[in-house]
Design a protein around this ligand. Structure first.
Ligand SMILES: [Zn+2]
Length: 340
């Protein structure tokens, strides 16, 4: 099942933000699936459009600090967005930001972010009902309790899981995060809570792990709070990536079987990704497809509902990673004997 709103553009350009999130990340992925000789005619079976407005302030408050949430719903919003999307550099100059070119006010972005969180929650619901769902958005895994970080204003991953727990839909979950950057917000927000187990496979160096581990007051930078299982991959270790992933998944099995698995399926480890801060990991398309098949099979063989979010993936080629995996995964459910 694919959860995708064709009217929802992922690009940040309408807000004057020049981070290379391209519309093609979703549009070309969807086009490739529609053009597939078997999947195309069955689109009604595997495509759903998300609803919006399903994540409330109360849902955010289960995860985020009340003062921070208040700022997001007040005049402080713009400043939080500027900071989270890193739109001003240390010298006070605009960075990857051209407000003159904006078609929409920056504050309008917040509604889109909340709609994204709605989509992640619905994706989990659909996965619980149907076994597999992939949402064309989400994965804002860097958002911390009291601040947005790394283009992530709210942590839709933890917000959705906490909502599902509050609703009694699940008690436990695994988060498997294979974005190039560590799933640091998710790790910090679920630290010490055995009901959500986290596995993050990420670049050993670079953002967010290139910051000081402690601040001047001696407080731990939340990006350094460990996941239950952290698997750092050093530059040049790409040929060991799949082996490391397998070992990480094996370690995850030591924890009790969860009610749901949420995969933060970033495409930014791709060698053709265009984000500067993801350059230390350069997997080929074939390695990424193998990564995605490995995780999918691992979860399916254990009978676990599988919800996926897109997370990072920058530039004009990133759609190939999603399209390649989804053709394969949807054929698994919609082939001649499929039921999903
Ligand atoms: Zn990333």
């Amino acid at each position: 099942m694919i959860l995708y709103n064709e009217d929802q553009d992922l690009s940040l350009e309408p807000y004057g933000i020049q981070i290379p999130v391209r519309s093609s990340k979703t549009t070309r992925t969807f086009e490739a699936l529609l053009a597939h000789p078997i999947l195309g005619p069955l689109a009604e079976r595997w495509h759903r459009r998300p609803e919006t407005g399903l994540i409330s302030k109360a849902d955010l408050l289960r995860v985020h600090d009340p003062h921070y949430v208040e700022r997001l719903f007040s005049k402080g919003l713009e400043q939080e967005l500027m900071k989270t999307f890193e739109l001003v550099d240390e010298k006070g100059h605009y960075h990857r930001y051209a407000p003159d070119l904006a078609e929409l006010p920056l504050s309008r972005l917040f509604k889109r972010i909340l709609d994204t969180a709605s989509g992640t929650w619905q994706c989990c619901r659909l996965a619980l009902d149907h076994g597999f769902c992939f949402f064309f958005g989400g994965g804002m895994h860097h958002a911390q309790r009291s601040e947005g970080r790394g283009f992530c204003v709210v942590n839709d991953v933890v917000v959705s899981l906490r909502k599902l727990q509050a609703e009694g839909a699940i008690e436990t979950a695994w988060v498997i995060d294979v974005d190039a950057h560590k799933g640091d917000g998710t790790a910090a927000l679920t630290s010490g809570d055995d009901s959500i187990r986290t596995l993050s496979l990420h670049m050993a160096r670079g953002w967010p792990l290139d910051e000081p581990e402690y601040d001047e007051q001696g407080r731990l930078n939340p990006s350094f709070v460990p996941s239950d299982i952290d698997v750092p991959v050093a530059q040049g270790e790409e040929d060991r990536y799949l082996e490391k992933l397998q070992a990480g998944l094996h370690e995850l099995e030591a924890f009790a079987r969860p009610d749901l698995a949420l995969v933060v399926s970033g495409a930014d480890p791709f060698e053709l990704d265009e984000l500067e801060s993801a350059r230390e990991l350069k997997l080929t398309l074939e390695q990424l497809l193998e990564r995605d098949r490995l995780i999918y099979r691992f979860l399916k063989e254990r009978g676990l509902p599988r919800a996926y979010v897109m997370a990072g993936g920058y530039g004009s080629e990133t759609w190939r990673v999603y399209a390649g995996f989804l053709e394969w995964a949807l054929l698994d459910g919609n082939g001649p004997n499929g039921s999903r």
